[in-house]
Design a protein around this ligand. Structure first.
Ligand SMILES: *[C@@H]1O[C@H](CO)[C@@H](O)[C@H](O)[C@H]1NC(C)=O
Ligand SMILES: *[C@@H]1O[C@H](CO)[C@@H](O)[C@H](O)[C@H]1NC(C)=O
Ligand SMILES: *[C@@H]1O[C@H](CO)[C@@H](O)[C@H](O)[C@H]1NC(C)=O
Ligand SMILES: *[C@@H]1O[C@H](CO)[C@@H](O)[C@H](O)[C@H]1NC(C)=O
Ligand SMILES: *[C@@H]1O[C@H](CO)[C@@H](O)[C@H](O)[C@H]1NC(C)=O
Length: 502
């Protein structure tokens, strides 16, 4: 059945990109070219608009993507709780809590670092984040319990159906003291804590609520240690399974709590967790495949700790190692680039790695600028601008500076993906087609070559995934054509920065 698709946003980042053909790499023209700069402010506006298209729950009167309507209004009822709200993670209609929380953390981080560059988009950025945190507050309302998912993924994925019509089971899944989930609870604590910083000046009461909830959720994650893959099993795996262990999320949550509370209360958790991670993963070895994703916080942890000037360990060595693994001219680079200059990290949803790693490069580069630092890789030294320029080259590639002259953000530029793997965008809207469409009624809209009837403005898709800048613009190729909330989240910060410093 064509509509039974494996969802590739939950990317197999675990597959390490091959290290072939790296010696011959040179700065591609898409990176070095002197074409006109993209319109970063326009990209930022659209990047945030995308989140309105992913909304679940009751839509407000301010909704700008008006082809989307209320949906999921009974979520939580099976468990006697209110889980209305939140985002659908990608092109389906399940609310997966783990990537949702990561999306929240990174949206918050984008605001924390770059709010000054956001201009009139700052209120929209706050709105996009609040749609996550309002939901997370509902999901963490009871002590020692976190609701981590709404929707049965198997029946959802076997239908090609608008969220407004969903009639598949909206089962609620939870972790608790007998069935823990430290990765998802740790990430949820991180999101709440990071968001408390993002809202600190505009809404201090809300920030206080978020921070105190972050503490109770973190204490639950830490006291009852275990993986939700074990506690919930097939309902979360293989969809958003945390293969690399939950220690990184426990460090991540602790770091965001200390940053949000201006405290050192969690420093011991951080250094203990980092020691364990280093032992298990051998991070210092050249060739370590640094990642930053819903699944893996390693690189994010080091950059965050460096910003916080935690001095009880030499975090800067690891941060440099991370940058050296990416910088095209670094002697210890272990990242492949396509001929057009795009980072190649994964054969599916590659863009999630591109935006997340570029975000870290930008944040790190900016920090190095502030402290007059540089990065040393073997016998080569790189100024902060090398990191920031690399991040910019990836943003520019996404916005059309690439061999296909194609923007990978829907609705941006002249040429962009028309057939994204997205149920709501590909089936006629309720306005166009008011009659209910049942589970399989959407299949003709899935298999057709016609463009999607609804433009999900701002959605960044998985993009080229074959090392050679090719893109088919094909709905069934979800490994290229599916958008995800966590591809866009780092791009909020990236596009904000370059809109001011482009
Ligand atoms: C705890 O979580 C498990 C796994 O989600 C669930 O089966 C169980 O019913 C929950 N326990 C309680 C008391 O709700
Ligand atoms: C943390 O410090 C910052 C900067 O001094 C301040 O603005 C903020 O209110 C503090 N946060 C808390 C929770 O005390
Ligand atoms: C830090 O821990 C102490 C002792 O448990 C507690 O009194 C204090 O409120 C905590 N501070 C923060 C900011 O969490
Ligand atoms: C920055 O560092 C360089 C050497 O690394 C030094 O020559 C220069 O004086 C420093 N500038 C400032 C403003 O600290
Ligand atoms: C991407 O998906 C298409 C369609 O399912 C498949 O034919 C192709 O092999 C996939 N590509 C990769 C790199 O996995």
């Amino acid at each position: 059945m064509a509509a039974t698709t494996v969802r590739f946003c939950l990317a197999l980042l675990i597959l390490v990109a091959s290290m072939a053909s790296m010696a011959a790499w040179k700065m591609p023209s898409a990176v070095a070219g002197r074409r006109r700069s993209p319109k970063y402010a326009d990209a930022l506006r659209k990047c945030l608009l995308f989140y309105e298209g992913q909304r679940s729950g009751r839509l407000p009167s301010t909704q700008r993507l008006t082809w989307r309507k209320d949906s999921g209004l009974k979520d939580g009822q099976d468990a006697g709780v209110d889980l209305v709200g939140g985002y659908y993670d990608a092109g389906d209609n399940v609310k997966f809590g783990f990537p949702l929380a990561f999306t929240g953390t990174v949206l918050a981080w984008s605001i924390v670092e770059f709010s000054a560059d956001m201009g009139p988009e700052l209120p929209h950025a706050h709105e996009a984040l609040r749609w996550v945190t309002d939901y997370l507050l509902k999901a963490t309302d009871q002590p020692n319990r976190v609701f981590v998912q709404s929707g049965d993924p198997y029946s959802d994925h076997s239908c090609w159906q608008r969220p407004e019509d969903m009639d598949t089971p909206r089962s609620s899944f939870q972790v608790n003291d007998t069935h823990p989930g430290s990765e998802v609870a740790g990430e949820t604590a991180a999101a709440l804590a990071a968001a408390s910083i993002a809202f600190r000046s505009s809404d201090p009461a809300y920030a206080d609520t978020l921070l105190s909830r972050a503490k109770t959720v973190y204490d639950f994650a830490n006291k009852y240690q275990g993986s939700y893959a074990v506690s919930i099993g097939q309902w979360v795996c293989p969809f958003y399974c945390d293969y690399g262990g939950y220690e990184d999320e426990l460090v991540w949550g602790a770091a965001w709590l200390d940053r949000a509370a201006n405290s050192s209360n969690y420093t011991k958790h951080i250094s203990h967790g980092m020691q364990q991670i280093r032992r298990q993963k051998k991070l210092r070895v050249n060739g370590y495949d640094w990642q930053f994703s819903w699944e893996n916080k390693d690189a994010g942890n080091y950059i965050l700790l460096l910003l916080m000037q935690k001095t009880d360990d030499d975090y800067s060595t690891y941060a440099q190692n991370f940058a050296c693994s990416l910088l095209p001219q670094s002697p210890t680079r272990n990242t492949e680039y396509t001929p057009g200059g795009l980072m190649y990290k994964a054969p599916a949803a590659n863009m999630q790695a591109v935006t997340a790693l570029s975000f870290l490069l930008l944040v790190y580069g900016r920090h190095l600028n502030n402290v007059n630092g540089s990065v040393t890789c073997g016998d080569s030294k790189f100024p902060p601008s090398a990191l920031i320029d690399l991040a910019r080259s990836q943003v520019d590639y996404i916005l059309g500076h690439n061999p296909l002259r194609m923007s990978y953000m829907v609705g941006y530029g002249k040429k962009f993906p028309q057939r994204i793997h997205h149920r709501a965008a590909s089936v006629p809207s309720v306005d166009q087609h008011p009659q209910h469409l049942w589970c399989k009624d959407g299949t003709p809209y899935y298999v057709t070559d016609a463009p999607n009837p609804n433009v999900l403005v701002g959605a960044i898709v998985g993009g080229p995934n074959d090392r050679s800048d090719n893109f088919l613009d094909s709905r069934p190729w979800s490994n290229q054509s599916e958008p995800c909330t966590y591809i866009n989240a780092p791009f909020v910060g990236l596009s904000a920065y370059f809109s001011k410093h482009g």
